[in-house]
Write a protein that binds this ligand. Structure first.
Ligand code: HEM
Length: 411
């Protein structure tokens, strides 16, 4: 019965509103699937497993299992990286301690407060430039016209990709993003194009890194390429890390901005409040990360038998952490299906938790804040043209493919 339930969650027909299925799933906090994997759906059990060192992010099984579960990123990274470099050179989201911790520490150092503050100013400029370009419009697809281009441009700024290379970089990013949307009909043809984009972006980054080692600038890639206390990241890890930042920071942010506007248009009193009182943005965004998160689940592997939630996950079993369900668990959140931007003690799983907690969270929060406040203030009389909107097929990175709006103008 429960096996069927998770298949329903994966079914694109249920993408617009998976939350009633999550509520049913939570009746069995840790549920065995027919294929031998386990789905974890309650806040307490998710919290425990996120902090359990016996849960691994390495050596996740290859597709078909994870293709079916829509496991994002594994195709993109594990397969090409396994075949062409070695398993040791996977990006750190797919590595366990101690390698994970070393690489993550190096990246965290580059997300220093001063750099993140500078990114706020740049994000503001980029946001307003994008909106200025939409001045004559009375119809928008918020995804293609705004949410999609913004995060790639921000990541180019962060990494230090020169302006003139941005269009090429955008093209690769768009192609790589298709790997995050498992689609059985087109995967085979698309896989070739994705591998080409992966090779092209890796070659490009290797060249860029060479330049940054010779003549460092004030950007994240120069910082990572430099030596600190005798430590220096090798080229394989640098390329894998740069691609990880691009991929992990792109579609996720697109979905946070798009889900944000969709939710605010469904609850117009909160849109109006954000327009008048932009200082409410930080708490509103935390609630969005709980209520309509961009990342719905992540997968792991049990490294030992783990007794949890009245069952035992056997060693070697894949584990699906249904984070978005944990963030709607009534045992942890009062009135969990209500959007409450002032919610106190909002410990959602929008950025995961523990060891792999999102490195880009401070930047993502800034991007969402800047974008949502600017959209609330500059879109005149926005109306949804389709509700629910069409969704991307992926169940893990969940978000609208288009968000069609009618507006009176862009101020
Ligand atoms: C990890 C969500 C934006 C970089 C994660 C994880 C989540 C997440 C849930 C945990 C993955 C796991 O446990 O397996 C989000 C959301 C974002 C966002 C919702 C936007 C709204 C960004 C941005 C960047 C970024 C902008 C970088 C520029 C990363 C990296 C990791 C990660 C590098 C891996 C951390 C590790 O393995 O230690 N993110 N992310 N993310 N995120 Fe984000």
């Amino acid at each position: 019965m429960n096996g069927t339930l998770f298949q329903q969650i994966l079914d694109p027909a249920n993408r617009a509103d998976p939350y009633p299925l999550y509520a049913e799933m939570r009746r069995t906090p840790v549920s065995r699937q027919d294929d031998g994997s386990y789905v974890v759906s309650t806040h307490a059990e998710l919290y425990r497993l996120l902090h359990d060192p016996r849960i691994s992010s390495e050596d996740l099984p290859d597709p078909p299992l994870f293709r079916w579960t829509g496991h994002p990123l594994s195709d993109l990274f594990v397969r090409p990286v396994r075949s062409r470099i070695t398993a040791r050179h996977r990006p750190f989201i797919f590595r366990d301690p101690p390698d994970h911790d070393l690489l993550r520490r190096q990246v965290m150092r580059e997300f220093a407060p001063a750099r993140v503050r500078a990114m706020r100013r740049k994000t503001e400029q980029l946001t307003h430039t994008l909106l200025d370009g939409l001045r004559d419009r009375t119809n928008l697809d918020l995804v293609d016209d705004f949410s999609y281009p913004l995060p790639v441009t921000v990541i180019c700024e962060l990494l230090g990709v020169p302006r003139e290379d941005e269009p090429r970089f955008q093209g690769w990013a768009t192609q790589l993003a298709t790997a995050l949307e498992p689609d059985r009909r087109t995967d085979r043809e698309n896989a070739g194009r994705t591998e080409e984009a992966f090779t092209a972006i890796s070659d490009y980054l290797r060249g860029l890194i060479k330049g940054k080692r010779r003549a460092p600038q004030d950007d994240l890639l120069s910082g990572l390429a430099a030596e600190h206390d005798g430590e220096r990241m090798n080229d394989h890890d640098l390329v894998a890390t740069a691609v990880l930042l691009l991929v992990a920071g792109h579609e996720t942010t697109v979905n946070l901005i798009t889900n944000g506007i969709l939710t605010l248009l469904r609850f117009p009193e909160h849109l109006e409040r954000l327009r008048r009182e932009p200082e409410v943005a930080p708490r509103l965004i935390e609630e969005l990360l709980r209520y309509e998160p961009p990342v719905h689940y992540r997968t792991r592997l049990a490294r030992a038998d783990i007794a949890i939630g009245g069952t035992t996950i056997p060693e070697g079993a894949p584990v699906v952490l249904l984070l978005a369900s944990g963030s709607r668990d009534p045992m942890r959140f009062a009135d969990p299906d209500r959007f409450v931007p002032d919610r106190a003690n909002n410990q959602h799983f929008g950025f995961g938790g523990s060891l792999h907690y999102c490195v880009g969270a401070p930047l993502a929060r800034i991007e969402a804040e800047v974008a949502l406040v600017a959209l609330a203030q500059r879109l005149q009389a926005p109306r949804l043209l389709a509700d629910p909107p069409p969704y991307r097929p992926g169940a893990s990175l969940r978000g609208p493919r288009h968000l069609l709006l009618a507006i009176d103008a862009v101020a």
